[in-house]
Design a protein around this ligand. Structure first.
Ligand SMILES: Nc1ncnc2c1ncn2[C@@H]1O[C@H](COP(=O)(O)OP(=O)(O)OP(=O)(O)O)[C@@H](O)[C@H]1O
Length: 227
């Protein structure tokens, strides 16, 4: 099965027939085996599947953090795959918010300045002031802290605020509620829904039923394919 939306005319994110192999010694892992995928503006898509099924590899390829061995990725009408790293970074800065397990904060900047930097690099329409964003994720009082002064849960929320600093065409999140409590999970879901309502296509890898419940579509991977 391919996971394309039949009625979509405009796509925020489109992947066609992605393949990704990893080789370690004699061992070859087929992490993605011909995955196609479209997400429309304003759509929330949840990607689920067992450990090792290829979910993070897919998100990395969609974010331009990894290059597929075969297939193409387009974001907001621009080809992201098969380009140099600088071009991919530039496309990512303009069109993609990334919320991954490895956190997205620069260590030498305060939380507030991390947000301000993202907003300066990719100016969008009417950016929300950093303090207000931090209030929304519940850590307004930590705006002046450096990332290494935050607890794990605070760092996860700060990462979310950075990912939401602009209104990107696409927001990619890998297990965003993995380490947070119930209250933070609810806030996070509200923010994801708000962002989708503003037109962002949200793709979220998750094992959480609460996250899957707010998605417009839930896709399941196994052995590098949709099932
Ligand atoms: N850099 C790499 N080198 C070698 N193998 C890799 C690499 N990255 C991923 N793999 C392998 O590719 C397969 C898919 O991994 P991936 O991390 O995408 O799975 P996942 O579905 O995200 O798993 P999890 O839910 O545990 O995070 C796994 O077999 C994994 O071991």
């Amino acid at each position: 099965m391919t996971a394309t939306t039949a009625t979509t005319t405009a796509t925020a994110l489109s992947a066609h027939s992605l393949y990704r192999f990893f080789r370690a010694g004699d061992e070859e892992t087929f992490a993605l085996q011909g995955v196609s995928f479209d997400a429309a503006p304003g759509e929330i898509v949840a990607v689920t599947g067992p450990s090792g099924s290829g979910k993070t590899t897919l998100l990395n390829c969609l974010a331009g953090l990894d290059e597929p061995d075969g297939g193409t990725v387009h974001v907001a009408g621009e080809r992201l795959s098969h380009r140099g790293e600088r071009e991919r970074s530039s496309i990512r800065a303009r069109h993609i918010g990334v919320l991954f397990q490895s956190n997205n904060l620069l260590e030498h900047l305060t939380v507030r300045d991390n947000i301000a930097l993202v907003q300066r690099l990719a100016p969008g329409p009417a950016p929300v002031p950093p303090k207000e964003l931090l209030d929304r994720v519940g850590i307004g009082e930590r705006a002046g802290a450096l990332p290494n002064q935050l607890s794990g849960g605070e760092a996860a929320r700060a990462g979310l605020a950075v990912a939401l600093a602009n209104t990107p065409a696409v927001l990619l999140a890998d297990e965003p509620t993995g380490e947070v409590d119930g209250e933070t999970e609810r806030r996070l879901l509200t923010l994801l829904r708000e962002r989708a309502a503003a037109g962002t296509a949200v793709v979220v890898v998750t094992h959480s039923r609460a996250v899957a419940a707010v998605a417009d579509r839930v896709l399941r991977m196994r052995d590098g394919r949709w099932v």
